[in-house]
Design a protein around this ligand. Structure first.
Ligand SMILES: *[C@@H]1O[C@H](CO)[C@@H](O)[C@H](O)[C@H]1NC(C)=O
Ligand SMILES: *[C@@H]1O[C@H](CO)[C@@H](O)[C@H](O)[C@H]1NC(C)=O
Ligand SMILES: *[C@@H]1O[C@H](CO)[C@@H](O)[C@H](O)[C@H]1NC(C)=O
Ligand SMILES: *[C@@H]1O[C@H](CO)[C@@H](O)[C@H](O)[C@H]1NC(C)=O
Ligand SMILES: *[C@@H]1O[C@H](CO)[C@@H](O)[C@H](O)[C@H]1NC(C)=O
Ligand SMILES: *[C@@H]1O[C@H](CO)[C@@H](O)[C@H](O)[C@H]1NC(C)=O
Ligand SMILES: *[C@@H]1O[C@H](CO)[C@@H](O)[C@H](O)[C@H]1NC(C)=O
Length: 670
């Protein structure tokens, strides 16, 4: 099914009319026009001239019309395998679509499946414009990423050379190559033909260099820029290139207005096209029917996903994930937009403060709610590295992760823009005597499993293999259905922290949740996250903070010791939050058991998140006996606070950030 949907998607790209879902960009920064203004009329004329220039048989239309300052410039270009008539028709569709999407922006661009249309009130001929960029990704991993990347890069480099050497009618090349395994990579590159060879080369090389950013190890991707675009896929999606007459000199571009003149060569082209159309019409009817089915199936699937409360990833069926295709928008937000959205970072919009900076609520002009994290100044990382890291982190998408929408830069200001998660963080509920009643066992169990899935994704399923390093209740946000979303992942990457060997002299974590090897020696690994997760499980079940005493007088102990001792004595049931009313006691006991396995002192004995997820999903799996947890010192011979001091002392280089983190509970992603 997934494969079929995927083919449908490819198919709809191949059929490639401009349609809902085509990437486009309305430029809000270059001015607006009103209907029937001079510019509007100039633009209409220029765009309608595409269709009338039937003598153009090389798929490139660049025209301008009118006088400054209302002159309109437009470029339309088709892939080199598109017949002239199809090209004009598809461009006409793109025109209709773009005018609908960007009804009053002077500059706009749409990337149809096999054509690009771009217009503006500035001269866009012969210039290299590499932003905005859109990525369209086939999120299926290549089986051998390294080999794939190498073959792909080879292919793209060769294509670039060929395309750049094209004349002013066409700068395009398409080819395929073995992926180094058992498959084939199909790819094409295209420049606006009015660019010089050097310009085309530059634009394409820059675009190709972004493959690792958008599409690392993925089997398919489109990178779309105004002046050039590339695509690769494991399926053939283009026809053989239409040969241009090498002797025909690239024509002088016709000026407007023109009466279309017909030459001998184009009229023979017409006949050919007519026969193609004659055969194509019945075929097209069948295709239309197929498209209809495709659209219907996609919609149905979307609907199912929505109904199941699923986000981007449906972890019920791994196969479905792979074929999911997502559009990654450009991630950079205008600083002033964000400033306005947060009422100039006003205190009334402040959601919280944490180690990495202050978090504000904001509302974008389109009404979308966002959470904005204003990062502490940290000048040691350059803008480019920062952007690259944000792009990487933004690619991590999972329904149990708070989504990073983008970033904004201005001077020394750095902002991270997140989706807004409606409810507050987990600690707001579980540690509050009244609000904890809103979380019955079923909800808490779902939350535990959701966090496990999110962590598993970070550790193993995402290509970045992120160690979170600060899993705690205040970093788990709840949406309006109380689904958990992990916040703050990947942030360590945005700061310059020595990550070699997983050793760090800068601890970014919260005492009490930190595994001892990390707190004391700065050694982090996926197992230090597992430890924090174990602490979190115990907090969720007991409704008790790990950092405060549990019990009274001489029996006062810290949570981990308390639960461990109770479990050893066969009294773990006493540790369960009374507000859970002992419903599903077996399930709860099993979760306590899993929690204890996670907090074992011995790093090797702690399970991986993959095993944890397995244990949580299968009740029949036998659990091993946990050994002594970290931070267990008999009956309180050494308190956790001592440990904290000690850890703080050892780690003399601990920055103010980590101290903040340690002392803060923070209701929002930081
Ligand atoms: C395009 O329009 C904008 C806004 O109306 C104007 O500021 C700009 O100067 C125009 N560009 C040209 C080249 O006329
Ligand atoms: C142009 O119009 C769009 C909405 O159609 C708006 O978002 C944008 O701010 C406007 N730009 C200017 C410069 O007025
Ligand atoms: C171009 O598309 C418009 C609708 O967007 C249609 O009315 C018009 O007839 C088309 N022109 C040609 C030449 O196909
Ligand atoms: C690229 O070109 C080089 C030399 O022209 C050739 O050896 C290589 O096989 C080509 N690679 C691909 C993927 O076509
Ligand atoms: C179209 O592009 C060519 C360069 O290929 C440029 O010389 C020409 O001026 C452009 N056409 C128009 C109408 O300006
Ligand atoms: C290839 O060309 C044929 C005939 O013109 C057309 O039906 C088909 O859709 C084209 N395929 C692609 C991938 O463009
Ligand atoms: C067009 O073709 C006719 C015969 O088919 C020929 O007599 C004429 O010279 C040709 N015209 C041009 C411009 O090539």
């Amino acid at each position: 099914m997934a494969r079929f949907l995927f083919l449908c998607f490819l198919f709809s790209i191949i059929v490639s009319q401009a349609k809902a879902g085509d990437a486009f960009s309305c430029d809000n920064s270059r001015g607006n026009y009103t209907t029937n203004s001079i510019y509007d009329n100039n633009l209409k004329t220029v765009l309608s001239s595409f269709s009338s220039h039937t003598e153009i048989n090389y798929g490139f239309y660049n025209f301008s019309n009118g006088q400054d300052p209302d002159k309109a410039y437009a470029i339309g270009v088709c892939r080199g395998d598109v017949e002239p008539n199809d090209c004009r028709r598809n461009l006409n569709n793109s025109i209709g679509y773009l005018r609908e999407q960007c009804p009053n922006q002077k500059e706009a661009i749409v990337w149809g499946g096999d054509n690009t249309l771009w217009y503006s009130n500035r001269s866009i001929f012969g210039i290299v414009e590499t932003s905005p960029t859109k990525y369209l990704i086939l999120t299926r991993d290549a089986s051998d990423a390294d080999q794939y990347e190498e073959a792909l890069s080879n292919l793209m480099t060769n294509l670039t050379e060929k395309a750049a050497s094209g004349d002013s009618r066409r700068k395009y090349d398409a080819h395929s190559v073995s992926d180094g395994n058992f498959g084939i990579i199909y790819g094409y590159v295209l420049c606006m033909p009015d660019l010089s060879s050097q310009q085309c080369n530059d634009c394409l090389l820059q675009t190709i260099s972004e493959i690792p950013l958008c599409c690392n190890g993925k089997m398919g991707g489109n990178i779309l820029k105004p002046s050039c675009r590339i695509r690769f896929d494991p399926y053939r999606f283009f026809n053989s290139t239409i040969v241009l007459d090498p002797n025909a000199t690239p024509p002088e571009p016709p000026s407007l207005p023109t009466s279309p003149s017909t030459t001998n060569s184009t009229s023979s082209g017409h006949n050919k096209i007519r026969t193609v159309i004659a055969t194509a019409v019945p075929v097209a009817t069948v295709f239309l029917f197929l498209i209809f089915i495709c659209i219907y199936l996609r919609f149905r699937k979307l609907k199912q996903m929505v109904e199941a409360g699923n986000g981007e990833y449906d972890d019920g069926d791994g196969d479905e994930d792979e074929d999911e295709i997502s559009i990654v928008e450009s991630f950079q937000f205008n600083f002033d937009t964000i400033r306005v959205a947060t009422s100039d970072f006003s205190d009334s919009n402040k959601l919280g403060q944490g180690g990495f900076g202050v978090v504000y609520r904001g509302k974008l002009p389109n009404g979308q709610m966002i959470a904005v994290k204003r990062l502490l100044k940290d000048s040691s990382q350059g803008d480019v590295e920062f952007k690259n890291e944000v792009l990487l982190v933004a690619k991590l998408q999972h329904r149990n992760l708070v989504r990073l929408l983008g970033f904004s830069l201005e001077g020394t200001e750095r902002l991270l823009i997140y989706e807004f998660v409606t409810n507050k963080s987990l600690d707001y509920f579980i540690f509050d005597p009244i609000r904890k009643a809103q979380l019955n066992w079923q909800k808490r169990y779902d939350i535990i499993r959701g966090i496990a899935r999110g962590l598993l994704y970070l550790h193993e399923d995402s290509r970045l293999r992120i160690i979170h390093r600060d899993i705690k209740a205040s970093n788990i946000l709840l949406d309006n259905e109380m689904n958990p979303k992990i916040a703050d992942f990947g942030l360590a990457r945005l700061f310059v922290i020595d990550q070699t060997q997983g050793n760090t002299n800068r601890i970014v974590g919260t005492y009490g949740y930190m595994a001892p090897e990390y707190a004391m020696h700065g050694q982090f690994s996926v197992k230090s996250d597992v430890f924090s997760f174990g602490v979190l499980i115990l907090e969720i079940i007991t409704g008790h903070k790990n950092s405060t005493n549990i019990g009274h007088g001489n029996d006062a102990e810290y949570l981990l010791s308390y639960v461990w001792k109770s479990w050893r004595e066969g009294k773990a049931i006493n540790t369960i939050d009374p507000s859970l009313n002992n419903v599903s006691a077996n399930e709860i006991m099993r979760c306590i058991h899993i929690g204890l396995l996670c907090i074992q002192e011995n790093v090797v004995e702690r399970p991986t998140m993959a095993s944890v997820a397995l244990m949580l999903n299968s009740n029949s799996l036998t659990l091993s006996i946990p050994s002594k947890p970290a931070y267990f010192y008999g009956s309180g011979t050494r308190s956790l606070q001592d440990m904290q001091l000690w850890a703080g002392h050892i780690d003399s280089t601990t920055s103010s950030e980590s101290k903040n983190t340690a002392s803060n509970t923070d209701p929002y992603p930081r």
